[in-house]
Design a protein around this ligand. Structure first.
Ligand code: SAM
Length: 251
């Protein structure tokens, strides 16, 4: 039986492709790719010529059996997405799940991932974080999603597209307050890499001032709620807050 390799590819800088990723891509029989034209260019750059199978969100269920057949016949297969780590806001979940259900070997070839790269350089707490992918595209849904996370004490991480970044930052200010600290990582590992950080109102102003502020790819990070803001954290008694309330009642 073949092995399914989950191969991370660069999020901008081609030098971030690991030597192991290159070797695996050279050795496998077939490469499943989110966008075969996009990955075809990367492979051409590496001088690798391989049969490619398109595996994107819209056809994943239909394509999985074909890929499993390759693996069951003994061929090794690599899965890549357009950028970064497959399955992280990218296709591949159904394939990995089904491959494991078949008892096949699935192994990661780790490497770039925008959320981890962003967090590692943001200067926000990383001991606990909550990655929530893309926020809803419509304002009402986005605000509702942010409201549900308002009291979360872990650092929040989202992916956002350039044409919604300004609106999303505005919604964070509206729901979580203008003083909440945010960090935006834009075009990470690329020529115009920029980190915007500060109170959300300041970051919003900086984005509007920057002529490139609404261009490129963004990771949005939000400092988690303070314990006092969070109030009672689910299932946990906030002793300090309770004591404060009781003390205020004492004569
Ligand atoms: N699988 C990818 C990963 O491991 O990061 C993420 C794929 S998701 C469809 C694409 C989103 O990731 C973009 O909209 C952006 O939010 C984020 N992203 C990807 N590359 C980035 C970069 N170089 N700088 C900032 N954000 C990036």
């Amino acid at each position: 039986q073949g092995t399914l390799y989950i191969v991370a590819t660069p999020i901008g800088n081609l030098e971030d492709l690991s030597p192991r990723a290159v070797r695996v891509l050279s050795d496998v029989a077939v490469i499943a790719a989110e966008d075969t034209r996009h990955s075809g260019r990367l492979l051409q750059h590496l001088g690798i010529s391989k049969p490619l199978i398109a595996l994107h969100d819209h056809n994943e269920r239909g394509r999985v059996q074909g890929i499993l057949d390759h693996l069951l016949a003994g061929a090794d297969v690599a899965l890549v997405s357009d950028a970064g780590t497959p399955l992280i806001s990218d296709p591949g979940y159904v394939l990995v799940r089904e491959a494991r259900a078949e008892g096949l070997r699935v192994t990661p070839v780790p490497g770039p991932c925008a959320l981890i790269a962003a967090l590692s350089a943001a200067g926000l707490p990383t001991d606990r974080f909550l990655f929530s992918g893309f926020l809803p595209a419509k304002r009402s849904g986005r605000r509702a999603a942010l409201e549900a996370l308002r009291k979360e004490t872990a650092t929040l991480v989202f992916y956002e597209s350039p044409h919604r970044i300004v609106d999303t930052v505005m919604d964070i200010a509206a729901v979580m307050g203008e003083a909440r600290e945010v960090v935006l990582g834009r075009e990470i590992t690329k020529t115009f890499e920029t980190f915007y950080s500060g109170a959300v109102a300041e970051v919003h102003a900086a984005l509007l001032e920057d002529p490139h502020g609404n261009r490129g790819e963004f990771v949005v990070m939000v400092r988690g709620a303070d314990k006092s803001e969070a109030g009672l954290v689910a299932g946990e008694l906030d002793v300090d807050r309770l004591l404060g309330l009781l003390m205020a009642e004492l004569p």
